[in-house]
Structure formats: structure tokens, C-alpha cells
Ligand binder design. Structure first.
Ligand code: PLP
Length: 344
């Protein structure tokens, strides 16, 4: 059976350019714990790419670590992190932020299209008594860009939500596990999507887009960066051979590799969605990037599974399809052929 992979972008392999960069970093020896030349070059590169002279970078090995550490550097133990009710940090990280944050809590708020709405954010900020220790104090707004459901916030919405949050003294975090896909879809610069729109810290994902368990926290807020020096170490995230994570992100950001790979996954999703839109299936989300949730008869899904199409089955009649940097036009044509057959 010919397997066609749509389960997740982290089921894809590692980009050859990234493997080559790891091999380059393997020449000779280097001082440990991030004091090496590769990590220094990475920080310089991040400053160039994000057009920010004092940005700091902390390579880590998972998106959960990036999120939890970034958030706890922005949120006191008595604080709360506001995020969309579908956010990964709330539903899929086992409470990592609360664990590392000394009990900081997360609050899900609603909004259409799986995005936080300005009104619900204002309502959440107005619903607590500020200064009352009975209430966790809202301290951070975290939004996922693109969202966990494959939609994106337009740039003006990012700036509006950040401004509302900052107006009440909150810091702003962006979960960018798939930030490259959002940058390609929006056609904007990393600086515009982040610090110029009021973002203090970013979880910069690479693993879902060709990295080998390499992510980075990019921080624009000086105090949070100073704290992360200690927080990363105390939580076991200052790897001794950090140059091998740093070399990956360095290659990832070189020659727009991250954007080229994300463009492939987004473009393949455009083709997949266009083909599926002609069939009797229902889209749950608007696929702005590389993720599509589709409802179709349960028996058809059973047939797709038997045909070798790999996807997440969210429920009896709903599946998630994710394209990656490795997805080809041929994969899309084969997938559409299988869906057509399964539906007839
Ligand atoms: C939006 C988002 N954030 C964070 C993560 C966490 O990444 P990791 O699985 O590397 O911890 C994921 C992983 O699926 C994700 O989809």
C-alpha cells in the first residue's frame, strides 16, 4: 500500500540543508552550553531577520518548552495567561506553563475563526478585580499564529489585540510553532508580525517545518530575556551541545529556507483544498496555511484509512489533513483520487 502522509507536519523528515548544517557544526569541537560560535552567529542572524538590535535567542528542543518557558518569563506565579480556547498551550501541553510558572493559570477565551476576538479579550480583562488576590491577575496575552485550526490573524488584528492587552499592562506572546507558514500567507516581515505589532516574545518553531527537534525562544523584552537565562537552565533546557540546535535554526533562517519550505506546504494545501471543495465534504476551518479539518461520512473515512491515506481522525466523521515541506503535487493528486473513490 502506498502511504500518503497528512497526519502532521512533524511527521515529515528533516530538511537536507538542516542535516548539512548539523554536519558542519560537527567539525572539530566547541565550548558547551551555548557559549559556542554557532550560537553567537544564530543570535546575530535572529537580530537581522527580526530587524531588532537587542533580540535574544534561546534554542530549545520542543515547542512545549519554548511556550512554557517564554510564558513563565512573562507571567508571575499569581498571573494568568489569556489565550484562545483552542490554543495548544491550554489544551495540549499538559499544563507545562502552570508547572514551570509556579501555578500561573491559563484562561481560554472565545472568538470566531479560532482567533481571539477583541471584544472577548476586553470582556475578559474587565471581568476580574484588579489587585484582588482572590483573582489570578491577567498578565500575558498569548496568541497562536497560525492558530491550531489553521487560520491566521491579519496583521492589524495582531496589533489591535496586542494594544488592548498592553493597555491593561499585559505582556504579549506569540506561539509560532508554524510562524513561517503565517509569514508566507500574510506576506509580511517577521518584525511586522512580532515586535512592531507589540509582541514581547515568540516561540519560533522549526521542527514542523524541516527541523530536527529544534525550536527557539526569540525575546524582545529585556527583563524576560534576563530571566530566561536562569529559567532555561533550571528546567533543563540549556543543552551542553547547543550548537547542534543553533546550527539548525541558522540554516533554517538562511536563504529564506524556512519561508521556501512553508510556501511548499501552504501551496500544496491550496491545491488539496481546491480539489476537496468540489466534493461533497464540509470544511470545518478556512485553510489559511497548511491545515484543513474536513467532515465527511464515517464510512468514507474508513475507506480512506484502508487506502493508505494517513491523517488524524478527530472524531467518527472528522479528519485533520496537514501538508508539509515534503508534500508533493503527486501526493495531492493521489489523495484527491482516494477521497473521490471513498465518497462514491
Ligand atoms: C500550535 C502549536 N504550538 C506548540 C506545539 C508544541 O510543540 P511540541 O510538540 O514540539 O512540544 C504544537 C505541536 O503540535 C503546536 O501545534
Amino acid at each position: 500500500m502506498n502511504i500518503i502522509e497528512f497526519r502532521s507536519d512533524n511527521a515529515a523528515g528533516v530538511a537536507p540543508e538542516i542535516l548539512a548544517s548539523i554536519a558542519d557544526a560537527n567539525e572539530g569541537s566547541a565550548i558547551a552550553y551555548g557559549h559556542d560560535g554557532v550560537t553567537a552567529r544564530l543570535e546575530q542572524r535572529v537580530r537581522e531577520v527580526f530587524e531588532h538590535d537587542t533580540a535574544r535567542v534561546f534554542p530549545v528542543t520542543s515547542g512545549t518548552a519554548a511556550n512554557a518557558l517564554a510564558l513563565t518569563a512573562l507571567c508571575p506565579p499569581w498571573g494568568s495567561v489569556l489565550c484562545h480556547e483552542t490554543a495548544h498551550i491550554l489544551n495540549s501541553e499538559g499544563g507545562a506553563t502552570s508547572l514551570l510558572g509556579g501555578g500561573a493559570v491559563m484562561k481560554g477565551i472565545s472568538g470566531n475563526d479560532f482567533r481571539i476576538a477583541a471584544d472577548t479579550l476586553r470582556a475578559a480583562l474587565g471581568s476580574i478585580t484588579w489587585g484582588d488576590p482572590h483573582h489570578s491577575q491577567p498578565s500575558v496575552l498569548s496568541f497562536t499564529q497560525p492558530t491550531d485550526m489553521g487560520t491566521i490573524y491579519p496583521l492589524d488584528e495582531v496589533a489591535e489585540l496586542s494594544a488592548i492587552a498592553r493597555g491593561s499592562g499585559l505582556k504579549v506572546h506569540l506561539d509560532g510553532a508554524r510562524i513561517a507558514n503565517a509569514l508566507v500567507a500574510l506576506g509580511c516581515s517577521p518584525a511586522d508580525l512580532t515586535w512592531r505589532s507589540g509582541v514581547d516574545a515568540v516561540s519560533l518553531g522549526a521542527t514542523k517545518n524541516g527541523g530536527l527537534s529544534a525550536e527557539a525562544i526569540v525575546v524582545f523584552d529585556e527583563q524576560a530575556a534576563d530571566e530566561l537565562v536562569y529559567r532555561t537552565k533550571r528546567s533543563g533546557h540549556v543543552t551542553s551541545k547547543m550548537r547542534f540546535q543553533s546550527s539548525q535554526i541558522l540554516a533554517y533562517l538562511a536563504d529564506e529556507l524556512w519561508l521556501r519550505m512553508a510556501r511548499n506546504s501552504n501551496d500544496r494545501m491550496v491545491e488539496l483544498a481546491a480539489g476537496l471543495a468540489e466534493l461533497p465534504v464540509e470544511f470545518i476551518n478556512r485553510p489559511d496555511v497548511n491545515m484543513l479539518f474536513v467532515r465527511m461520512p464515517s464510512a468514507a473515512i474508513d475507506r480512506l484509512e484502508q487506502a493508505g491515506l494517513m491523517f488524524y481522525r478527530m472524531s467518527a466523521d472528522t479528519i485533520r489533513l496537514v501538508t508539509s515541506w515534503q508534500t508533493t503535487e503527486d501526493h495531492i493528486n493521489q489523495a484527491l483520487h482516494h477521497v473521490r473513490s471513498a465518497l462514491t
